[in-house]
Design a protein around this ligand. Structure first.
Ligand code: NAD
Ligand code: ZN
Ligand code: ZN
Length: 350
C-alpha cells in the first residue's frame, strides 16, 4: 500500500484555537504501533474542551484533535503480529497505556498514569493518517460501516461503560442527561438494547423527537419544564425516580440536580466534563437515601469490544451527519450552541 509523505489535517496551534486546515507529514509507526488511514472521525465535545484548554490536564500544542477515527491499517511496527495491513481498525480516546502498572494489570487501562490520549497528549484522528498502539486500537470487521461506527469509538464505549457502572438492570429506569447529544443519543440506543427504560433529558423539539425515536420511554425538556426534578420523578411508574442517572451535560447545574431526583439506593454516574465544575449534593439526603455518586471514564479494551459487538449486531443506530474535515470549525460552533442532535462525523477526504 503506498503511503504519501504528507497529508491533510485540522491543526490547532495554540490553546483557544482556531483550528486550521494544513498539510503535515504522515507519521511513522513505532515497533508496537499501527498507522491507520482514517476515513471518518466523529467529533466529540471533548475535542472542543481540548482546543479550549478547559481541563486541569496539559494538552499538546500544536494539536491534531479527534478520537473517534475509523479506517484501514496501512503500516505496522515489527512487534505487531495480530493485525494485518488492510484490516479495519479504530482509534479511540485511550491511544495507549503502559500495560504493566497495577491499573493496566487489572484491565483498568483508562486509569493508567502513563496513558496516552488521542487528540490530546498525542495527535488524533482529524487527519488522514493517525497512529495508535496496536494493543489498544479497536478491531472492526470489514462488514461494519466505517462512518457509522466512528461515534461508537468514544461516545458508544463511554455510555455503554457508564450504564454498566451504574448497575442498572433490564427493566429498571435510567435518566440520560444530555440525551440529544452525541453520547446521549447512543446511550438511548444502548439502554434500549439492554432492556433499560430511558428518560431523556435535553432541550428543544428536535431533540425530543429524536430521543423518542431512539427508544426513550419519556423525555423531559429542561428548557421549558417548570420543575425538572418533579418531571423526572413523575416519569417513573412509582414516582420515586430513576435507578440510575448518566450525566452527560456540559454544565454544572445538572450534576447537582441529579441528586434530587435519583431514586433512593440509586447511582449518579458522572460522565460529562464541564470546565471548572464541582459536584454538590446534600449530605443528609445522600446518606439517608443511600445515594451513590461516581465517575465513569471511557472503557477498557473489553468494553470496547463489547460496545462494538452491540453495534455489529445491528442493535445501535444513532443519527449522525457526515461533513468534510475542512468544516470542523463550524461543527465546533454548532456544538457550542447545543445545536447538534446526535453526532457529526468528518470525512477526511474532503
Ligand atoms: P454534546 O455537545 O454532543 O451533547 C451535550 C448535550 O447536553 C447537548 O445535546 C445539550 O443540549 C445537552 N444539555 C446542555 N445542558 C443541559 C441540561 N441542563 N440538561 C440536559 N441536557 C443538557 O456533547 P458529547 O459529545 O455528548 O459530550 C458530552 C460530555 O461528555 C462532554 O463534556 C465530553 O467531554 C464528555 N465526555 C466524557 C467522557 C468520559 O469518559 N467521561 C467521554 C466522552 C465525552
Ligand atoms: Zn470523546
Ligand atoms: Zn498502566
Amino acid at each position: 500500500m503506498s503511503i504519501p509523505a504528507t497529508q491533510k489535517a485540522m491543526v490547532v496551534e495554540t490553546v483557544g484555537g482556531p483550528v486550521q486546515y494544513k498539510e503535515i507529514p504522515v507519521p511513522k509507526p513505532g515497533p508496537d504501533e499501527v498507522l491507520i488511514n482514517i476515513k471518518y472521525s466523529g467529533v466529540c465535545h471533548t475535542d472542543l474542551h481540548a482546543m479550549n484548554g478547559d481541563w486541569p490536564l496539559p494538552v499538546k500544542m500544536p494539536l491534531v484533535g479527534g478520537h473517534e477515527g475509523a479506517g484501514v491499517v496501512v503500516a505496522k511496527g515489527e512487534l505487531v503480529n495480530d493485525i494485518e495491513i488492510g484490516d479495519h481498525a479504530g482509534i479511540k480516546w485511550l491511544n495507549g497505556s503502559c500495560m504493566t502498572c497495577s491499573f493496566c494489570r487489572q484491565t483498568e487501562e483508562p486509569l493508567c498514569p502513563h496513558a496516552q490520549l488521542s487528540g490530546y497528549t498525542v495527535d488524533g484522528t482529524f487527519q488522514q493518517y493517525a497512529i495508535g498502539k496496536a494493543a489498544h486500537v479497536a478491531r472492526l470487521s470489514k462488514d461494519i460501516s466505517l462512518e457509522a461506527v466512528a461515534p461508537v469509538l468514544c461516545a458508544g464505549i463511554t455510555v455503554f461503560k457508564a450504564l454498566k457502572e451504574s448497575g442498572a438492570r433490564a427493566g429498571q429506569w435510567v435518566a440520560i442527561v444530555g440525551a440529544g447529544g452525541g453520547l446521549g443519543s447512543l446511550a438511548l440506543q444502548y439502554c434500549k438494547a439492554m432492556g433499560i427504560h430511558a428518560i431523556g433529558i435535553d432541550g428543544g423539539e428536535d431533540k425530543r423527537k429524536m430521543c423518542m425515536e431512539l427508544g426513550a420511554t419519556a423525555f423531559v425538556d429542561f428548557t421549558v419544564s417548570k420543575d425538572v426534578v418533579a418531571d423526572v420523578k413523575a416519569a417513573t411508574p412509582d414516582g420515586f425516580g430513576p435507578h440510575g442517572v448518566i450525566v452527560l451535560a456540559v454544565s454544572e447545574g445538572p450534576f447537582q440536580q441529579a441528586s434530587q431526583y435519583v431514586r433512593s439506593r440509586g447511582t449518579i454516574c458522572c460522565v460529562g466534563l464541564p470546565a471548572g465544575a464541582y459536584l454538590k449534593a446534600p449530605v443528609f439526603d445522600t446518606v439517608v437515601r443511600m445515594v451513590r455518586i461516581q465517575g465513569s471514564y471511557v472503557g477498557n479494551r473489553q468494553d470496547t469490544a463489547e460496545a462494538i459487538d452491540f453495534f455489529a449486531r445491528g442493535l445501535i443506530k444513532a443519527p449522525y451527519k457526515v461533513v468534510g474535515l475542512t468544516e470542523l470549525a463550524s461543527v465546533f460552533d454548532l456544538m457550542k450552541a447545543n445545536k447538534i442532535a446526535g453526532r457529526m462525523v468528518v470525512d477526511t477526504s474532503r
